[in-house]
Design a protein around this ligand. Sequence first.
Ligand code: CP
Length: 336
Amino acid sequence: MKTNLKGRDFISIMDFDKEELETIFEIAFDLKRRHAMREPHEILKGRNLGMLFASPSTRTRMSFESGIAQLGGKGQFYSPEQLQLKNKESWRDTAEMISRFLDGFMIRLYNLKTQMGTDTYDYGDARNVIRAIAEYATIPVYNALDDKEHPCQIMADIMTMREKFGENYKKKKVVMGWAYDERAKSAGVPQTMAVAAGILGMDLVLAYPDVPGCYDIDPEYYNYAVEQAKINGGSITVEHDIWKACKDADVIYCKSWAREPDKHAELSGQFKKDWCISHKHFEKANNNAAYMHCLPAKRGQEVTNELIDDPKISIVNDEAENRLHVQKAIMALTMR
Ligand code: CP
């Protein structure tokens, strides 16, 4: 175990190596057990976590706020409109200030144009802001979804696969696939899953319709994932036929994303029929295969009601719960 993570930010999975990610899982399982047994674990007594949400959240807010409370600390929730950011105080001044009051800072920021009222927005701008905050803050900064990644989500997802399949999870066929939704959503989940799978040595199939530039993931993430998979004994492959992808799958984790909203608006409708995940997809999969989704899911578009509500297949609420335990582990390991 590599436990010396004090002071580290949790912004990108690519900032961590295999042993460090494994350490976070070990601690998360320990904290989950302690919570279940009602054993006190106020590891962060008296610490304060700032939580800045520039867009709505159910799971992330509840899990971080409950998590810091269970560790003996307190969470402070704000939206940008409630801070002087609304009056255009700089991110740098904000970052320097938060270190004087807080012990950790969680931020969700993924579309600056709509969320922060900026005139222009390019992919990567939100990440640049989070990196800048981390540079000027002296406390750990946690990425709760930006335009490139959703690292806390993916840690919870992989923790859930470990629970279901044990250490054998790395030998299982995991399909991280696209699903239909009229709304164009961030590619943060598949991009983070790809690099995490590469670092951990998992067998991952990325499945999405063949619309170049729209559904393929950022090449920076794809290339890093493939390179890491070679080093760590895993594999990252791409499949454009969802039915073929589901054959012999152990996990089918499909959600909507789009890197080009205009192309998505024009073309996505033609994929609706095949890419709404249902029990038919699971007829191709292995026995005991699981359905996963980070939630919120668009019922009737990304997934059928019957599948997401099927307790024998759907483990979406276990994934959501594990956000709590894995984020507690990240905070406990990194906060001073
Ligand atoms: N999965 C996830 O991040 O959910 P929320 O948007 O509800 O936080």
